[in-house]
Each structure stands twice: as structure tokens, then as C-alpha cells.
Design a protein around this ligand. Structure first.
Ligand code: FE2
Length: 268
């Protein structure tokens, strides 16, 4: 099976790129399932019901979250009604769920959040071990993880801990794509997919507030620009019948220049 994963979708420019390119990418590459991270999809902070519909209509099948999952209050009922995840390592009793099984594809998608600079959550490594064992015990072959974390070291360590037991792990949250796409021990990996949204500013947000913050230490509200140079970034993983990753590619689209595979995974 082929799974497409789009990283952090940032605001309207990100949603626009998905509407423009995703239906044709899904069709041309014959993708079975598309996952994207929604936590910045509605003006950079959280997800509204309207924008969720827009993204599902553009052929996304399931969406993952992160530390910004809670920024729009209307997310709480949506977590029950729609195929939306929030990180699995929030404590018991927090609304929503951190994984979903798609029976017809023998696929499970897990959303986990890191420790470094993140809200106080349960240990992501212990949570990951626990859920992966449960899913394997249920006979799930294809296991995909969105690890929403700041530190590259955390993402690498998580992948190396799990690689013999999962199909692929891709990082989100930093918004900057890394060039380390690989297949190691039969599992696909990239430290960060990179954002889908504006590419000519600071992680998808207008640069004035971040620059002021770095110059003065004063706070300010980050804002998604109305107009910008946009990018779509996506990883396509192919899994065999045993749930091992056999192929992985990075796809990029810039503005209206069309989409292309920019590189293939190195096989270790
Ligand atoms: Fe995040």
C-alpha cells in the first residue's frame, strides 16, 4: 500500500496548495491513504470545522495534531466526529484519541508528541512502545507514526527504538523539511517533512513578530500572511504485505509550478 504524508499545514496558503495539488498527486501516484497534520491549519493555530471539511474534501483521509490541537475550542467535538487524532501521550481523560486503525488497509496511524519544549505530557517513548506492542498484538502490519517533536535527537532516537516494529515514522512541528529521508531496517523515516504553506518568511508566519521577539524578548501574536510564496511538501511511503517500507519519496510543489518527486529515500 502507498501512504502519503503531508506535514504541518499552515493556514490558508497551505490549504490552498493542498486543494490545488493533492487530488492530482493522489490519483497519479495511486495513493491508498493520505495523512496530514492539522494543528496549524486554521490561520496558524488549531483547526476549525470549516477548514477540516475543506481538507477532507481535498482527499485527505485522516489528520494528526500536536501542541496546537487545542487552539480552536471547536476541536473538542470534532475529535469525536471526524478522523482527527491528538497526541497519544496526553494523560488519560483528555478528549480525543491518539491512534486510529483503518481495517481495510491493515493500517494504524499513531500521533505522538515529544518532550523538548512541549507541554507536559507522558513519556513519548514509553507511550510509543506500549501502543506499538498492542497494535502488533492485534495483527496490524502497517504502522505509521507522526512524531510531533522539536528536537532532531528525540526523533532519531524514537525511530531507532521502533524501526523493527513499525512501517514508517515521520516528524512534524519544526516546519522545516530535512533531507535525511531513508529506509532503515525496513522502516521509512524522515526527521521533518516540512510545512505546507508560506515558504518566504519564518516557519509559515509573517517575519515581523518573530524578528521583534528575537531582538527584544517581547511577546507578539504570530500571523499567517495573506499573500506569499507557497510550498507543498509530502512524503510517499510504500509498504509491502508484511508492512515493511520498500520505497519512499519526497514530493514538493512550488506555487503554480507543478509538483515533482525531488528525491528518493536512501536505503540503509
Ligand atoms: Fe507543533
Amino acid at each position: 500500500m502507498k501512504l502519503g504524508f503531508i506535514g504541518d499545514v499552515v493556514g490558508k496558503p497551505g490549504r490552498k496548495m493542498i486543494k490545488r495539488y493533492l487530488p492530482q498527486i493522489k490519483k497519479e501516484l495511486e495513493l491508498d491513504f493520505i495523512v496530514a497534520n492539522y494543528e496549524n491549519a486554521s490561520h496558524g493555530f488549531g483547526l476549525t470545522a470549516k477548514n477540516a471539511k475543506e481538507l477532507f474534501d481535498a482527499r485527505i483521509d485522516l489528520m494528526t495534531g500536536g501542541n496546537h490541537t487545542w487552539d480552536k475550542k471547536e476541536i473538542i467535538p470534532l475529535l469525536e466526529e471526524l478522523p482527527l487524532l491528538r497526541p497519544i501521550n496526553y494523560p488519560e481523560g483528555v478528549p480525543g484519541r491518539g491512534f486510529k486503525i483503518i481495517d481495510e488497509l491493515n493500517l494504524a496511524v499513531i500521533n505522538i508528541m515529544g518532550y523538548f519544549t512541549m507541554p507536559m505530557v507522558e513519556n513519548p517513548f514509553i507511550a510509543a512502545n506500549k501502543i506499538v506492542e498492542v497494535l502488533r498484538g492485534e495483527g496490524i502490519k502497517n504502522i505509521f507514526i507522526d512524531f510531533h517533536a522539536e528536537a532532531t535527537s528525540e526523533k532519531r532516537a524514537m525511530f531507532l527504538m521502533l524501526k523493527d516494529r513499525i512501517s514508517a515514522l515521520a516528524g512534524t512541528h519544526t516546519h522545516i523539511g530535512t533531507d535525511d529521508l531513508c529506509i532503515d531496517g525496513g522502516a521509512g523515516y524522515v526527521t521533518d517533512v516540512g510545512l505546507t504553506g508560506c515558504r518566504d518568511n519564518v516557519i509559515g508566519m509573517k517575519e515581523d513578530v518573530p524578528i521583534k521577539r528575537f531582538l527584544t524578548g517581547l511577546p507578539g501574536h504570530f500571523d499567517v500572511p495573506d499573500k506569499c510564496k507557497a510550498i507543498l511538501q509530502m512524503i510517499v511511503f510504500e509498504f509491502d504485505r508484511e508492512g515493511r517500507c520498500v520505497d519512499a519519496s519526497k514530493i514538493k510543489a512550488y506555487d503554480d509550478e507543478g509538483w515533482q518527486i525531488v528525491h528518493k529515500a536512501r536505503v540503509e
